[in-house]
Design a protein. Structure first.
Length: 198
């Protein structure tokens, strides 16, 4: 468990290494608004609303644990595919934290692997040419945490713009109060929500 001071120090350390607020938010599993608030270090001001820090380091340090969570993700992907009637051609991992889960899922499901890197400041990202192409593929997007949904929105848009079809998005934990982004079903292993909030 991090105190505000510890979160501030970690955010500042990452900022001093040249990371953007968006990149820091991904690393710390916080919203960009929370990171900006932390870096201002005026904790007397109103705190960001509806943010919960989610850490999964105890899973991420061992490949077998990532494989176990990936198996659960695969079960949910197959369940959703049966519900929607949509076949899956490829698994897309969003850098950096979605890649290990997408890699395991593509391996166990015998599907192509696509790697996507959102740009920290622009609205578009890019697909790595070292992996499968998205064009003409029915894709499942895999990431670790969905906070505001902005990364998933950008990813979905870029997949469609490149000629792919998004079947669903699969994340470890979702902070969203919805199961859909831009018409795409979002499934998660866990949902984090504040009590008393919709």
């Amino acid at each position: 468990m991090y105190s505000l001071e510890e979160l501030y120090n970690k955010a500042l350390e990452l900022k001093n290494k040249g990371m953007s607020d968006k990149e820091i938010s991904t690393e710390l599993h916080l919203s960009v608004n929370t990171v900006t608030w932390l870096l201002a270090k005026d904790f007397s001001k109103q705190k960001p609303v509806n943010d919960v820090r989610i850490g999964w380091r105890s899973v991420g340090v061992y490949g077998n644990r990532i494989a176990y969570l990936s198996q659960i993700m695969i079960d949910i992907i197959e369940e959703q595919s049966a519900i929607s009637g949509q076949e899956v051609d490829a698994i897309l991992g969003i850098t950096v934290n979605g890649i290990p889960y997408a890699t395991m899922a593509s391996y166990f499901m015998d599907k192509e692997l696509i790697i996507y890197k959102p740009h920290p400041s622009r609205k578009d990202g890019y697909f790595s040419s070292n992996f499968a192409s998205v064009k003409g593929k029915r894709v499942v997007v895999v990431d670790d945490i969905c906070s505001t949904g902005e990364t998933l929105k950008r990813t979905i848009k870029d997949i469609i713009d490149e000629g792919g079809e998004v079947v669903m998005a699969m994340v470890i934990a979702s902070k969203l109060n919805t199961d859909e982004i831009d018409g795409v079903t979002v499934r998660s292993l866990f949902r984090a929500s504040l009590i008393g909030k919709e």
